[in-house]
Design a protein around this ligand. Structure first.
Ligand code: NDP
Length: 284
């Protein structure tokens, strides 16, 4: 079997086209969805992610604003910026690019964002609502992963899904959302013993470890849907996933590439959250 390559880029493009139509409609009703991204410091990867987000906004017609602050910005200053954005009716989504410089508490900053403007889906209230299965702003990467799996036509209900990684931003929420889609979910992490024993039983395997090429074909059940969330820069400068693409492609039914798989979906879900947040705030 050779896997069908799940081109997140293509899926993202079609969702963005749908969003562009929706935004044009909202504009006719006088509502221009607005996203403000706050970036503190000069981490090159963060700057590159933020550029991708602005470009995405432009594509679908969302008004975007970037607030750039020096790495020496204090927590108090940043909290002040967030307070102003919370009160600004033209700003429907606030995203503070992580990681923040070490002297600023990410926890305090995330908690300061109004939950209705928290388009990253990281605020404890939104996380709580997600756990409860209430309608809420979902975290972008996990939401993108679920959308990608659905686009394969795979019925998630009743399947055995294995998630490797248990971070708050990827592994944990992915496992929760898969469970809400009625999958039977196994979570693996760095202390899991005999990883293969679990992964070879997975109909759906989601890998989010940040360990380049750690999953080979010996880990994968023939015919599995494999979603590679990892983004790792190797010595050659190339970006690779957590999965050995060439090998796993031989036995999986669907496989995401890196780059071009989960990444474009993450930004697209951010755009979607901004539109959802704008509608909710305008009570449309
Ligand atoms: P974290 O480092 O926060 O978490 C990694 C998880 O993987 C941890 O739970 C860790 O276990 C587990 N892990 C590490 N090594 C192993 C191992 N050898 N066997 C089993 N489990 C292991 O990373 P993130 O969740 O933030 O990100 C994961 C990857 O996804 C990264 O490459 C990141 O760049 C990428 N990413 C991509 C995004 C996209 O849009 N494409 C968005 C966000 C992240 P333990 O808890 O025990 O330490």
């Amino acid at each position: 079997m050779t896997a069908t390559i799940l081109q997140g880029k293509e899926v993202a493009k079609s969702i963005r086209e749908e969003l562009a139509v929706e935004v044009a409609e909202l504009k006719k009703q006088g509502l221009v969805p607005g996203l403000t991204v706050v970036l503190v410091g000069d981490d090159p990867a963060s700057h590159s992610y933020v550029r991708g987000k602005s470009k995405g906004c432009e594509e679908v017609g969302i008004r975007s604003e970037l607030i750039l602050k020096e790495a020496s910005t204090t927590e108090e200053e940043l909290l002040g910026i967030i307070r102003d954005l919370n009160e600004n009716p033209n700003v429907h989504g606030i995203l503070v690019q992580l990681p923040l410089p070490a002297h600023i508490s990410e926890k305090a900053v995330i908690a300061a964002i109004h939950p209705e403007k928290d388009v990253d889906g990281f605020h404890p209230i939104n996380v709580g609502n997600m756990v409860l299965g209430n309608e809420t702003l979902l975290p972008c990467t996990p939401h993108g992963v679920i959308e990608l799996i659905k686009r394969t036509g795979t019925e998630i209900s009743g399947k055995h899904a294995v998630v490797i990684g248990r971070s708050n931003i990827v592994g944990k929420p992915v496992s929760l959302l898969l469970q809400q889609e009625n999958a039977t979910v196994t979570m693996c992490h760095s202390r899991t013993q005999n990883l293969e024993e679990f992964t070879t039983k997975a109909d759906i395997l989601v890998v989010a470890t940040g360990r380049a090429h750690m999953i080979g074909k010996e880990h994968v059940k023939p015919g599995a849907v494999v979603i590679d969330v990892g983004v790792n820069r190797i010595d050659s400068g190339k970006l690779v996933g957590d999965v050995k693409f060439d090998e796993v492609q031989e036995i999986a039914s669907f496989l995401t590439p890196v780059p071009g798989g989960v990444g474009p979906m993450t930004i697209t879900m951010l755009l979607k959250n901004t539109v959802v947040a704008a509608r909710k705030q305008a009570q449309l």
